[in-house]
Design a protein around this ligand. Structure first.
Ligand code: TRP
Length: 336
């Protein structure tokens, strides 16, 4: 039986990159999953506080991500939607795994090196330990498949290593080694202001991204202002090398239209950016406005969202609890 787990951090607005790069693929997995497959989509609020958060804003972001999941097509009847902090097992397993995680493994994590910057002494322990908590998220449910972006691949490898270390140490075969499902090329949605940078919630410029809450006028304006280069659109995909902005915009079109990039390049070969941008706007608005509208409707009904999270938390705890009992017994903790 497959158990699929993934998560997004409730930090700032979700954007096109989150949708095309992650959530849309989860929806596809949900819709073709076997009847006995379990799917868990988590709002990882405990990961969010590895960098400073405003408590009020964090609480609101949890609801926004929940609304976005549902608006994008995650069905709370089919998939478990919940926020991490309501399932104590994440923090509990985190500690057990932390005691099996050699510092040498953590010191290799490139994301920590990037995020902690020049002042390593100021970086908090939680940021350093983040990949262990991520492993706990996955292993708590004995997940078999984890859809993630390329940037999380190394963290997934750590989760596999920790699963193996635990199994070997205690002589058990408890944790399956979780399979990463690396979301493909279409997942690499870059900033609209700089085709070499990932589209990101934390970019200062709102023009760098299309938020899932942007209305049609804002989407049109952002695409119109998106950085380009002076050449007409290329005739072949090979000519996209060294043209990161052209590649990004054509890539976004391809992802939204669910077409191969080669077909999209052929369709717009030799055209000016201005005409292409109009068509990209039309497509983006057509695809995103139903999501935006549903998100607005859901956010206007927080009671409904609270209910979804409550049910999801119950369901997640129900799966986690017997696993945690097994783990505590294996480790040798006395059960009162
Ligand atoms: N670290 C992931 C990210 O920033 C989010 C995440 C936390 C996650 N726990 C997870 C993803 C477990 C997959 C599985 O994108």
């Amino acid at each position: 039986m497959s158990i699929i787990f993934s998560g997004v951090q409730p930090t700032g607005n979700l954007h096109l990159g989150n949708y095309l790069g992650a959530i849309r693929n989860w929806v596809a997995m949900q819709n073709r999953a076997a009847v006995d497959a379990k799917l868990l989509f988590c709002v990882v609020d405990q990961h969010a506080i590895t960098v400073p958060q405003d408590p009020k804003q964090l609480r609101q972001s949890i609801l926004e991500v929940t609304a976005a999941y549902i608006a994008c097509g995650i069905d709370p009847k089919r998939s478990v939607i919940f926020n991490q902090s309501t399932v104590p097992g994440h923090a509990q397993l985190n500690w057990v795994l932390a005691c099996h995680a050699p510092l040498g493994w953590l010191n290799r994590m490139t994301q920590f090196k990037e995020k902690s910057g020049k002042h390593k002494d100021q970086a908090v322990l939680g940021l350093y330990a983040y990949p262990v908590l991520m492993a706990a998220d996955i292993l708590l449910y004995r997940a078999t498949h984890v859809p993630v972006g390329e940037d999380q691949k190394q963290h997934l490898e750590l989760a596999r290593d920790l699963a193996g270390a635990y199994n070997r140490h205690y002589g058990v075969e408890f944790f399956p080694l979780p399979e990463p499902i690396i979301l493909g090329q279409a997942a690499r949605i870059m900033s609209l202001r700089d085709g070499s940078k990932k589209m990101s919630k934390s970019d200062e410029s709102d023009y760098s991204r299309i938020n899932l809450t942007d209305d049609a006028d804002i989407i049109a304006l952002k695409i119109q202002k998106a950085k380009t280069d002076p050449l007409p659109l290329p005739g072949t995909a090979e000519e996209l090398a060294n043209r990161p902005e052209a590649e990004n915009l054509l890539g976004i079109y391809a992802a939204l239209a669910d077409q191969d990039i080669k077909a999209v390049v052929a369709q717009f070969a030799g055209q000016q950016f201005s005409g292409f941008k109009k068509q990209l706007t039309e497509l983006a608005v057509a695809q995103l406005s139903p999501i935006t509208q549903t998100m607005r409707r859901l956010l206007a009904d927080p009671q409904y969202l609270h209910g979804v999270l409550r049910d999801g938390s119950d369901a997640a705890n129900h799966i986690a609890q017997p696993n945690l009992v097994n783990i505590y017994d294996t480790v040798g903790f006395w059960r009162a």
